[in-house]
Design a protein around this ligand. Structure first.
Ligand code: HEC
Ligand code: HEC
Length: 189
């Protein structure tokens, strides 16, 4: 009897932990969201007419589906009539979605919450990490070429980590801070 009560208390304690470890409102606000670049031409026309009237396109990056999977996501997320397309428009859109966010891509994580950092990289420290974590796949000229504000760097790094870059959360944030400082933009700052 006693044991069962202890067990029940333990279950409740675990439930409270789970509940309160999930992101609160303040964290949700800081949660990193993906950024999806707008396609050109006819695909964008389809989206502009039929999709972006209600919401943006960034959330597409949360998925990695083949064509059939995409069709299912769209069907499940909308009421009848909300996201109906002609066959031609649907083909255009599904082809683009499956090529950009197909089953071989990594879905952007829904819940990355940046930790607070208290130490900041010097240039040599940052280069050491870049050389360790990034050059396996491409040269650092990829980094050299672009300027982004912190939030955009964070999105890139979370994306790179999903692809296989080895970075702890702490390292990721330190790199975001350094990149925005050294390879940042004047806007958005
Ligand atoms: C009439 C408004 C409306 C239109 C038009 C619309 N959507 Fe949506 N869409 C919604 C709403 C509302 C949700 C959230 C539903 C939910 O979470 O259950 C949603 C959710 C989604 C999601 C899932 C997002 C996530 O975070 O999981 C995707 C993907 C999506 N829509 C794609 C599209 C595409 C592609 C089109 C155009 C073909 C489109 N939507 C057109 C209202 C719309
Ligand atoms: C596992 C392979 C891999 C690793 C490791 C990797 N990248 Fe990438 N990176 C890619 C690929 C693939 C692309 C091209 C993505 C595209 O064009 O959609 C890319 C593109 C980029 C771009 C240009 C696109 C953009 O969003 O601006 C930047 C900047 C970048 N990587 C930075 C980094 C940094 C910094 C690191 C180390 C923390 C890193 N990458 C590690 C695979 C990798």
């Amino acid at each position: 009897m006693r044991d069962r009560r202890t067990a029940r208390v333990a279950i409740w304690a675990a439930a409270v932990l789970v509940c309160c470890a999930s992101p609160g409102a303040a964290q949700l606000r800081r949660m990193t969201r993906p950024k999806v670049e707008r396609p050109d031409g006819p695909v964008w026309e389809v989206m502009r007419k039929h999709c972006t009237t209600c919401h943006g396109i960034d959330d597409y990056a949360f998925y990695a589906q083949d064509r059939a999977g995409w069709q299912k996501v769209i069907a499940e997320k909308h009421k009848a009539g909300e996201a109906d397309l002609s066959e031609q428009d649907r083909n255009l859109l599904l082809d683009w979605l499956a090529s950009k966010f197909g089953p071989n891509t990594k879905p952007f994580p829904r819940t990355y919450v940046p930790p607070e950092i208290s130490t900041y990289f010097t240039d040599p420290e940052a280069f050491r990490l870049l050389n360790r974590s990034c050059t396996k796949c491409h040269g650092l000229e990829r980094v050299d070429k672009v300027r982004k504000a912190a939030e955009a760097w964070r999105v890139t790094l979370v994306d790179m980590r999903e692809r296989g870059a080895q970075l702890s959360d702490e390292e990721l944030e330190q790199l975001v801070e350094w990149l925005a400082r050294v390879w940042g933009t004047n806007e958005d700052k």
